[in-house]
Design a protein around this ligand. Structure first.
Ligand code: IZC
Ligand code: ZN
Length: 413
């Protein structure tokens, strides 16, 4: 048994294991002179330092860590990434700056399809090396749990290869990695003009192959004009649900196609993007309790208005934040950057952004019982910041105030 004591910490943490919404969206516990007791990587107690230090277990601690009065928060949970890719798309970024739209680049055979070409041409080792490097960079910015989607293979073999690389990143880095199957990310070149045939392949072959290997927890679909229609999305997700996958939807990113309402109807754990979501779609998410995973770095990179986070919170939707780390529309692995955009761009309070990037994002990938708050029984995943409060994440712009990263009680970055 390894016991550690954390002391002299200004602890800020959401509470509970279910998504916060409405007036509770900004509920954060603050312990000005806080301490934590960690036993074998799990939190045994979190509270005022005097209480922690006087517990019998603290007397036999193997290590005592003094945080020097700095701010301590839960490790970030990044619930939406496409971090497993083989090549950047810097040229495409310049095209977008010059006015070509994201969807027009995809339509002309670039975008996601160029990432598919690169992944199909890469070796397992190359793909692992680039994905692990990004994951470790994310860790240094405070991400201790990350979701990663497949979706740059778009054939059964390459999708399975991506998912096994994603699993290996979880095994060989300190991060917890949650895998999502996203074979429905685009229509591959070999199925151009035959989208329904590709959907047939997804439901008759790919989902079964992924299920058989037990290599993904969720299934996600890019529901968007010119990509997968509402009907195609419903067909794929109904099959995935029947097979026991949790559901996620890339919903209403560029156009409102009713993706948010579909996510709510199917009982998806999350609807993601939502830049163009309608009032009705948002009302449906509120009614179903589906987590809205918002990606402000994507809106910023696409130079589009941010998702209506304030309206969603006022309507009772649980809101989470993610990087969307991908080589096209949001090339960042930094949750502090996303945190700053959420506060300064989307109008979240600091407390709401903290809940959205820790507990609610954990709930958005089915991990609310394991991480996202600093409470007894959860993993000792926490960050020590160079500041007095989590506001430092928005206040000290363009840099990371994350000084120390602990995963299951171990200093890892
Ligand atoms: O590679 O462009 N939106 N999928 C849907 C993405 C962005 C990732 C990409
Ligand atoms: Zn995405």
């Amino acid at each position: 048994m390894i016991v550690k004591v954390i002391r002299n910490a200004r602890i800020f943490t959401p509470e509970g294991s279910t998504p916060s919404s409405g007036a509770a969206s900004g509920h954060v516990r603050f312990l000005p002179g806080g301490g934590m007791l960690i036993k074998d990587g799990l939190l045994e107690a979190v509270g005022p330092e005097e209480e922690i230090l006087s517990s019998p277990l603290a007397a036999r601690a193997d290590e005592e860590i003094d945080c020097g009065g700095r701010c301590v928060i839960p490790g970030f949970v990044d619930p939406h990434t496409h971090m497993c890719f083989a090549a950047r798309r810097e040229g495409e970024f310049s095209l977008r700056l010059a006015g070509t739209s994201y969807l027009d680049i995809l339509k002309s055979g670039g975008g996601i399809l160029s990432s598919v070409d690169a992944v199909r041409a890469s070796s397992d080792e190359e793909l692992f090396a680039s994905t692990a490097a990004l994951a470790l960079s994310a860790l240094s910015f405070g991400t201790t749990t990350v979701e990663m989607k497949s979706g740059y293979g778009l054939d059964t073999g390459t999708e399975l290869r991506m998912l096994s690389v994603i699993r290996r990143v979880g095994r060989e880095t300190p991060l917890d990695v949650v895998p999502t199957f996203m074979g429905a990310h685009a229509i591959p070149r070999e199925y151009a003009g035959r989208g329904d045939d590709f959907v047939d392949l997804l439901v008759t072959e790919m989902l079964g192959a992924v299920k058989e290997q037990g290599i993904a927890l969720f299934c996600d679909v890019f529901c968007e004009t010119g990509v997968f229609s509402i009907e195609q999305t419903r067909r794929i997700l109904l099959k995935a649900k029947e097979m026991g996958f949790g559901l996620k939807v890339h919903a209403d990113e560029v156009h409102d196609t009713g993706g948010a309402a579909l996510a709510a109807e199917l009982g998806a754990v999350s609807a993601e993007h939502l830049l163009a979501a309608s009032d009705q779609g948002i009302a449906a998410l509120a009614a179903s309790g589906t987590v809205a995973i918002l990606l402000p770095a994507t809106a910023w990179s696409l130079r589009k208005p941010f998702a209506r986070a304030r309206y969603m919170i006022d309507q009772g939707v649980p809101v989470a934040l993610a990087t969307d780390c991908n080589p096209g529309s949001s090339f960042t692995e930094s949750m502090p950057y996303v945190f700053g955009l959420a506060v300064l761009g989307m109008g979240l309070t600091v407390e709401e952004a903290l809940v959205a990037s820790t507990k609610n994002s954990a709930c958005g990938i089915g991990r609310g019982d394991l991480c996202g708050t600093l409470e007894r029984g959860k993993q000792a995943d926490f960050l020590v910041l160079d500041g007095e409060t989590p506001a430092i994440l928005a206040y000290h712009g363009g840099v990371s105030p994350v000084e120390e990263v602990y995963k299951k009680g171990e200093l890892v970055a």
